[in-house]
Design a protein around this ligand. Structure first.
Ligand code: GLC
Length: 473
């Protein structure tokens, strides 16, 4: 099949979050099982031209947006992975220093319109247009409205980001007619981009089976649960895989000591390096909890920051936290780190090299997310032999099985209720288990689990087939 991925970010060109990892790796896995997959995304100015040479495919397109005309062109770059990436080049994207930020609504409106226009002019014609997250969500609507022959898939990576706007934007963006057009039984579309993808795509998917069920409820539906229930028979959860070439402790040049499942004892050198980085005095026998995360409520920062005093006074555990997010949490974390300098290290940063050292050096990896569509951290942690401690939600529930008491089965420490007490109890269990002999077996077991993309790519393949059948019926 010929499949076009449409998304706002993709590794290795630009990455803000897990979306980029998916767009950077799922197409490769689909190519491996015989499909022709290309990606189209904005040509941000921050994409380093030294690393990616581009050539122009289509020049000088005039796209009408917000009552003016924007000049757009289409470039292409070849990644060494047999996946071609098209870049939509416009002043707006070229001049922006951040992937997301001010002016997002206008920029992604332009992106969606440009993709539609480009599709009609491109010499390579896909059968499937696979759109990801709100930035691309108007495309399924316009494909339907224009009776295009492509089947559309819309994947929700995070329902919390919807591309909200107000009634004024609806008029200025000339979207009023689009919002009125719908079958009588269809729910009223809300004032955001995301809803349109859900309502109009031939198939809707999200990134784990549990999240696919959770978002049908008001608690997790972020105000869109009624739209999702309306599309329920076309909604599927497919868990994300991990790029096993990219994340492999046996060949990872960013970590001090490489290791594999047969030599997990070598991890200790990485742990030493991590403790040194944190300026912790304690020895390597002290349990070390790692965390790499966006620092906001979704990721459980509210229950975490409320728990430091109990956690660090009751246990001797050390903790290493890396991430960025809300200012409020930066401050709370910094304050806690200055209260417990021997036990808590906080790095407010995006730093892939340090992140890898954490995965390779910590004993436990904490993800207390309030909700988690899929989550990548727990998959990397397991691949690197760090035992995950997670809240039972979304993709965390689907990928981490609670360890039995004797640790002979399971892959991590899972807590059910979303509160400090439940999280602290799970951490305490992990810390108590750390000294047991079975810990080594758990490390080896989780490193040997298979979270590669192959199985999930097969599931996408069958969704694409269903979408095509539906389209042609
Ligand atoms: C979003 C979600 C995360 C998921 C990622 C990729 O960032 O929050 O759970 O893993 O998208 O699908």
């Amino acid at each position: 099949m010929k499949i076009l991925f449409v998304a706002a970010e993709a590794t290795p060109l630009v990455k803000v979050g897990g979306l980029a990892d998916v767009i950077g790796s799922l197409p490769k896995a689909l190519v491996e099982i015989g499909h022709d997959v290309r990606v189209i995304m904005p040509g941000y100015g921050i994409i380093d031209p030294a690393n990616f040479t581009t050539s122009t495919v289509i020049g000088n397109l005039n796209i009408a947006v917000m009552g003016r005309t924007e000049q757009v062109s289409l470039k292409v770059t070849e990644l060494g992975t047999k996946v071609r990436v098209y870049l939509v080049d416009s002043d707006d994207f070229r001049n922006s220093i951040e992937v997301y930020g001010k002016g997002d609504l206008e920029r992604f409106l332009l992106f969606c319109r440009a993709v539609l226009d480009i599709l009609s002019k491109l010499d390579w014609q896909p059968e499937i247009v696979h759109c990801h997250d709100w930035h691309t969500a108007l495309i399924p609507l316009w494909l339907k409205k224009n009776n295009c022959h492509y089947a559309s898939i819309f994947t929700i990576h995070n329902l919390a980001y919807q591309g909200f706007f107000d009634a004024r934007f609806l008029i200025d963006a000339d979207l009023e007619k689009d919002w009125q057009l719908r079958p009588t039984d269809m729910p009223d579309p809300p004032l955001n981009f995301m809803g349109q993808g859900i309502l109009w795509a031939d198939m809707v998917t999200t990134v784990s089976e549990t999240y696919a069920k959770e978002i049908l409820t008001p608690e997790y539906g972020a105000g869109l649960d009624h739209l999702l229930r309306y599309r329920q028979d076309k909604l599927f959860g497919i868990v994300n895989g991990l790029d096993y070439d990219e994340y492999n402790p046996a060949i990872d040049d960013f970590i001090p000591a490489k290791y594999d499942v047969c030599a997990v004892d070598k991890r200790i050198d990485n742990k030493r390096a991590l403790q040194k980085r944190a300026r912790f005095a304690g020895g390597v026998e002290v349990p070390l909890i790692g965390m790499v995360s966006r620092l906001d409520e979704q990721k459980g920062l509210d229950i975490l920051t409320a728990s430091f005093d109990i956690l660090l006074q009751k246990t001797e555990a050390q903790m290493f936290i890396l991430g960025r997010g809300r200012e409020e949490y930066h401050n709370l974390l910094r304050q806690a780190a200055s209260r417990y300098p021997e036990q808590l290290a906080v790095f407010i940063d995006f730093d892939d090299t340090l992140a890898r050292l954490i995965y390779a050096g910590c004993d436990m990896f904490l993800m207390p997310s309030r909700f988690e569509p899929c989550g990548l951290g727990q998959l990397i942690a397991m691949r690197y032999g760090a035992v995950p401690v997670v809240h039972h939600t979304g993709g965390l529930a689907d990928t981490v099985q609670d360890l039995t008491q004797d640790m002979s089965k399971g892959s991590g420490f899972v807590f059910q209720g979303y509160d400090s007490e439940a999280m602290l109890a799970a951490i305490q269990r992990a810390v108590n288990s750390y000294t047991k002999k079975a810990w080594q077996n758990v490390m080896r077991r989780i490193m040997a689990l298979d979270f590669s993309w192959h199985a999930s790519a097969k599931r996408y393949e069958s969704i694409y087939r269903k979408a095509l059948e539906l389209k042609n019926s």
